[in-house]
Design a protein around this ligand. Structure first.
Ligand code: TPP
Ligand code: MG
Length: 793
């Protein structure tokens, strides 16, 4: 399908909003966003002495851009991400548009009130993207745009959203932004508009000079059409006068620090002096040009940047509408703290106006005392402009609107698992089998950062092809060049291949994973990566989940079990991420059937269950004998899904005496056979070591914690550990074994207060044969035997 271009310039078709009216509206937005923060910090009673915070300067910087956008440039179908620190500006606008109740403005950063940063799921006024961790909001719309292509190509999704991002200039320091821009499939996306709020300030400082120019050059090299909105009309008029070019050159060439210092100078003479200062003396041409300006508003002149000139901004939006087939960046020069006494102060990021300064601002904005939170009077030109915009936009109500679907997901597959199979291989088998079920297959989309083949997606890709919005010639296939793997790319493909960027993987999964919310098309995105490199994109993973994305992450291979591959490929922390990350369930199975059940259930829930979580599967390349799996046992599937089952159980033996000769070994994934062997060795010495196969440390942990909380509050609750360990065994010593940090299972000792020896990997790995490494890190059979004896005293 051809790439959609920007929707026909609806902005041009609308009557123009009067610039004076727009200016009065932006003054009100400036006031409301500033006062909302002031109110939260200085007027609303505080239950403690903590500063409430908020960012008046960052807000002021974006006021003109967002005014021009919402009141005149926005289209109803737009999806926009807003820079984190401008949340109050957005709320002020939604209030004026009638989408937010007045009392909400009094609850910024209060419990149950407006969130500090845009939250798609928690805020009541329809943010379309959460933001907060800078850099992700900047590029998430790009990924969302690719997801839109995907649902258009596979499901005939017919709406054409534009995707916009308003970002701070220092956000572009984050590497994830450039990782995204480097992604080939994102470079030709039409209908993507970036707006850079370029105020030359970050949190701590004035950003180094020359950044703006480099930024624009880089954006162009990544295929962007760049629109620079640098100077306002007043300065440009000055540039057009005789000698005016000299002033433009002077400002263009001055370092960022010098410009920011000019913004802070209060005396007009000082500003002129600074402008006319040359190393060799006074610049006579500039002095003549600026003669008389000290009596006018030289301060206003010098800070007259395009990002606060509504006409220039509207022109930029119009130009953006004319560009098709490539992304657009509007680089708008702004003043951080624009219109406030803290404007341009390098330390203004968290600075709050004093009560006196607020009062001066109130008077300047024409707000009567007691009417601080009022909107425009009914019938006024400003109120009509706001109502027109509100009618036109009817903001996307995206939160809590996940579309569900029944895809007939089976409980099990007609596969037989015989001999030795690794969990990673099982993933490949399950996906290949699912490719035969059309209703399930069409909902699945895989993605991988250049490790699709080495994580067992090859068979699946062979069947479904690689996704590209454009058809690509398959030179290997067409010329019949022998290749091991067919790599056919085109709009019908169902695998998204990414460059080596774990950030991109998680953002792509996050975007595809909110397709059910934003497009009404449920998908189950499945991403594979090497387990250890999850940490590379961990913040993006959290972001994708926080934003409400539902998807499946496969970390494989994992642990030291991958043997000779060595230290930096071996992972020990992901089990902790799995346990500690909310809204994603972590499983670490050992047998192929477990992988199948867990995947099918995860897919089913993502498609059908409004309470579904994402899923993280930690898999391994170690071949495991499948005959150890007690298939056929009653309740096994349920237990696998709840987090574990008793694999070896000696409780029916005559000599079995809990409290004397019983130990419980809890273990996970590839170390299960080690534990079974250790248990068999111990049985000879009459120490009965039951082996509990833990399929999900995460679920055992959270059920235990949750049950205690329920009981604390007088409600009945049980947890799976109560089922796994009968009452007479609850004080029996425990050994936990993990190919990962021992911390992931050691909590099990606290559940019933049992003495625990926790085995696992707590140093970086190294090359070696698997058994050598197990021995060295003490998760081998001998170590498990010794641990059981130590635990049993
Ligand atoms: C990943 C991440 N690192 C650090 C921060 C803390 N932080 C918040 S704002 C900011 C500076 C942002 O500067 P810029 O993007 O230019 O925003 P503006 O100047 O418009 O406030 C920093 C470092 C963060 N929110 N996210
Ligand atoms: Mg900035």
């Amino acid at each position: 399908m051809p790439l959609p271009s920007v929707s026909p310039a609806t902005m041009e078709a609308r009557p123009e909003v009067d610039l004076d009216v727009l200016d009065r509206i932006q003054q009100r937005i400036l006031w409301l966003s500033t006062y909302m923060i002031h109110y939260a910090n200085h007027i609303r009673p505080s239950p403690d002495a903590l500063k409430v915070g908020g960012h008046q300067a960052s807000c002021a910087s974006s006021v003109s851009i967002l005014t021009a956008y919402y009141l005149a440039a926005a289209d109803a179908d737009d999806l926009i991400s807003i820079k984190p620190h401008a949340a109050p500006v957005y709320h002020a606008i939604q209030y004026l548009l009638g989408n937010l109740a007045q009392e909400k403005l009094l609850q910024l950063r209060a419990f149950g009130g407006l969130q500090a940063y845009p939250s798609r799921l928690k805020d009541p006024d329809f943010f379309q993207f959460s933001t907060g961790s800078v850099g992700f909001g900047a590029v998430m719309p790009d990924f969302m745009s690719l997801a839109q292509h995907y649902v258009a190509d596979h499901f005939g999704y017919a709406r054409r959203h534009r995707f916009l991002a308003l970002m701070g200039d220092a956000e572009l320091d984050e590497g994830n932004v450039w990782e995204a821009l480097g992604e080939d499939s994102l470079q030709r996306l039409g209908g993507v508009i970036w707006i850079v709020d370029l105020n030359r300030q970050s949190l701590d400082r004035v950003v180094p000079s020359g950044r703006a120019q480099k930024l624009q050059a880089l954006l162009r090299s990544f295929g962007f059409h760049v629109i620079e909105v640098k100077y306002g009309s007043r300065l440009e008029e000055m540039f057009a006068r005789p000698g005016g070019e000299r002033l433009r050159e002077r400002i263009d060439r001055m370092p960022n620090d010098e410009y920011q210092a000019l913004l802070r100078m209060r005396s007009p003479e000082q500003i002129v002096d600074q402008l006319c200062r040359l190393p060799e003396g006074r610049d006579a041409v500039l002095a003549t040009l600026l003669q008389g300006e000290t009596e006018r508003d030289i301060h206003g002149l010098i800070s007259d940047l395009g990002g606060h000139d509504l006409k220039k901004l509207l022109d930029a939006f119009r130009e953006a509408n004319r560009i098709t087939g490539r992304p657009v960046a509007i680089v708008a020069y702004t003043v951080k703290g624009w219109g406030l006494p803290i404007a341009g102060d390098p330390a203004n990021h968290s600075r709050l106006l004093t009560a006196e300064q607020i009062d001066e601002l109130r008077i300047r904005c024409g707000i009567p005392q007691g009417a601080e939170f009022d909107a425009f009077p009914p019938g006024s030109a400003e109120e009509r402009a706001c109502a027109d915009a509100a009618r036109r936009l009817q903001l996307q109500r995206t939160a809590g609107r996940r579309t569900l679907t029944q895809a007939g997901i089976p409980e099990t597959l007609p596969l037989e698992y015989r001999g030795d199979i690794s969990t990673q291989q099982a993933l490949g088998n399950v996906l290949s089998e699912l490719a035969r079920l059309p209703e399930v297959r069409r909902r699945l989309v895989t993605a991988s950062p250049d490790v699709a083949v080495s994580t067992s997606l090859g068979g699946w890709i062979q069947k479904v092809g690689v996704y590209s919005p454009e058809d690509r010639i398959d030179y290997f296939g067409e010329r019949a060049v022998p290749v091991a793997l067919k790599w056919k790319q085109g709009p019908s493909g169902q695998h998204v291949e990414l460059g080596i960027s774990e950030n991109n993987l998680f953002l792509m999964l996050g975007a595809l994973g909110v397709s059910a919310d934003l497009f009404g098309v449920p998908l189950v995105p499945i991403g594979t990566l090497y387990d250890t490199f999850i940490s590379r994109g961990l913040d993006a993973l959290h972001y994708a989940i926080y934003n409400g994305g539902k998807f499946i992450v496969i970390g494989t291979p994992s642990g030291i079990s991958l043997g000779p591959e060595g230290g930096l490929h071996q992972s020990l922390m992901p089990p902790s991420f799995g346990i500690e990350s909310p809204s994603i369930a972590y499983y670490e199975p050992c047998f192929a059937r477990e992988v199948e059940w867990i995947l099918l259930e995860g897919i089913r829930r993502i498609l059908e269950d409004p309470e579904a979580e994402s899923l993280f599967l930690r898999l391994s390349t170690v071949p495991q004998a499948q005959d150890l799996f007690p298939i056929g046992r009653t309740g096994l599937r349920r237990d696998v899904l709840r987090g574990g089952y008793r694999l070896l159980d000696y409780s029916s033996r005559a000599q079995y005496r809990p409290g004397e000769n019983v130990v419980n070994i809890f273990t996970c994934g590839p170390t299960i056979p080690q534990a079974v062997q250790a248990s068999e060795d111990l049985a000879g010495d009459e120490l009965f070591a039951n082996v509990i196969a833990v399929t999900s440390p995460d679920l055992l942990h959270r059920q235990w914690v949750h049950a205690a909380r329920e009981r604390m509050n007088g409600r009945d609750a049980t947890h799976h550990m109560e089922q796994l360990i009968p009452e007479d065994e609850r004080r029996c010593p425990i050994v936990t074994v993990m190919d990962g940090h021992p911390h992931a299972l050691s909590f099990l000792g606290s559940v019933f207060g049992a003495k625990t020896v926790a085995l696992g990997v707590d140093r970086y790995g190294q090359s070696g044969a698997r058994q050598e490494l197990y021995r060295h890190y003490q998760i081998d059979v001998v170590s498990i035997v010794k641990a059981a004896i130590e635990a049993a005293g």
